[in-house]
Design a binder for this molecule. Structure first.
Ligand SMILES: Cc1ncc(COP(=O)(O)O)c(C=O)c1O
Length: 376
């Protein structure tokens, strides 16, 4: 049997990892500024994480949601505390797309409506409604096509006001990323997020903050949307939540009332996943990683802005986009194969930095030196 070949691969096999470093099968060390696509939040093989998962695996790895799982309650408490949303409710699932599907479904259950506002440049996942709300027709299969998604220009308050004025009573939800990731690291402005909040209040629509990539402390706030100073109704999260163990969730405002069977999943919130997510939050809190992400990120952004060859530097904290001109399109590959630094990308020419939240200033300097050599 062959693998179903959907991923363009770099010819590298990683066999060891620690903190912000990984090693390949030949023993070559790499600096990881990609975090396996924003997933590695507390660093590879963090000792507390490994210990907590190992201990849990030796007790019980999985049992279904038909029994009490106290680890879920502990996780909800901890997440409420670290994210500052103590009165929200937690539903656990397995991936970012699934989190968004559940958030959209819950919004529709809540107000009985069907239309969803999403934005140009958005990425919300590859399944059903999440992919329909993703601005990339190439990955939307005919069966996923729906007239229920309305795409509006990003950060355009007037377009939003006009749409609500026309169809406000049909809008179930507005969904957006605090900082678009796949879309090229584009932050929603504070006033745009505030406008979404006030329009959703006025029309009884649900504000869904897709925090799958920009959340979990990456920008220095637990949810990057919260820089705008207004709460979303539902926050969706995944990537950094389990530091590589698949777990996702939605944080749900108190006004939503659950009933048995409303949402569900087989694997969501299993013992091992909860142990992983608890370990992540414990490390984020103990090591003050949100502050570190904010500070090291600000340093990187400031230094990157000094390169006149760079078209634009965007982002916040450790979610950074470096837009390069066409003639520097080779830099990303050379960072990897000449300087052994993993980074992410966004089309057409944006280098995306999504490292672990405990990245040090020394790591940042290693990157800046290599980057400087490549762009000069
Ligand atoms: C903002 C955002 N939402 C949703 C998703 C989908 O997450 P998953 O791949 O875990 O389904 C992603 C993945 O890149 C994402 O960046």
């Amino acid at each position: 049997m062959n693998l179903y070949d959907v991923y363009p691969l770099n010819d590298i096999e990683i066999t060891k990892a620690s903190g912000s470093n990984v090693w390949d099968a030949n023993g070559q060390q790499y600096l990881d500024l990609y975090g396996g696509h924003a997933v590695i939040s507390i660093g590879h093989t963090n000792p507390h994480y490994v210990q907590r998962l190992t201990e849990q695996l030796n007790k019980v790895g999985f049992y279904s949601n038909s029994i009490k799982i106290p680890l879920q309650v502990q996780l909800a408490e901890k997440l409420g505390q670290v994210s500052g949303k103590t009165d929200y409710q937690l539903f656990l699932c397995n991936s970012g797309a699934e989190a968004n599907e559940n958030a959209l479904k819950l919004a529709s259950f809540y107000n009985g409506r069907k239309k969803v506002i999403a934005f140009k440049g958005a990425f919300h996942g590859r399944t059903s409604l999440a992919v329909a709300a993703t601005d990339n027709p190439k990955i939307v299969a005919p069966v996923n096509e729906t007239e229920n998604i309305i795409f509006l220009p990003h950060n355009d308050e007037q377009a939003l006001v006009d749409e609500f004025a026309k169809h406000g009573n049909e809008i179930a939800a507005v969904i957006l990323e605090g900082i678009q990731g796949v879309g090229g690291i584009r932050e929603a402005s504070k006033s745009f997020l505030q406008k979404i909040r006030s329009l959703c209040d006025e029309y009884n629509a649900v504000y869904i903050a897709d925090s799958v990539q920009c959340g979990y402390g990456r920008t220095g706030q637990f949810y990057s949307h919260d820089w705008a100073g207004v709460d979303a109704d539902i926050y969706t999260m995944a990537k950094g939540m389990g530091n590589g163990f698949p777990i996702a969730g939605i944080s749900i405002a108190p006004k939503f009332k659950p009933w048995h069977g409303q949402l569900g999943t087989t694997f969501g919130g299993n013992h091992l996943a909860c142990a992983a997510a608890l370990a992540v939050l414990e490390v984020i809190e103990k090591d003050n990683l949100m502050k570190n992400a904010e500070e090291v990120g600000a340093y990187l952004i400031e230094e990157l802005k000094k390169f006149e060859q760079v078209k634009e530097v965007r982002g916040r904290g450790l979610m950074i986009g470096i837009e390069l001109p066409e003639e520097l399109a080779h830099v990303k590959k050379e960072l990897l194969f000449k300087h052994f630094i993993f980074t992410g990308e966004a089309k057409p020419n944006v280098i995306r930095l999504l490292p672990a939240l405990n990245l040090t200033k020394k790591h940042a300097d290693t990157f800046l030196k290599a980057f400087g050599e490549l762009v000069k």
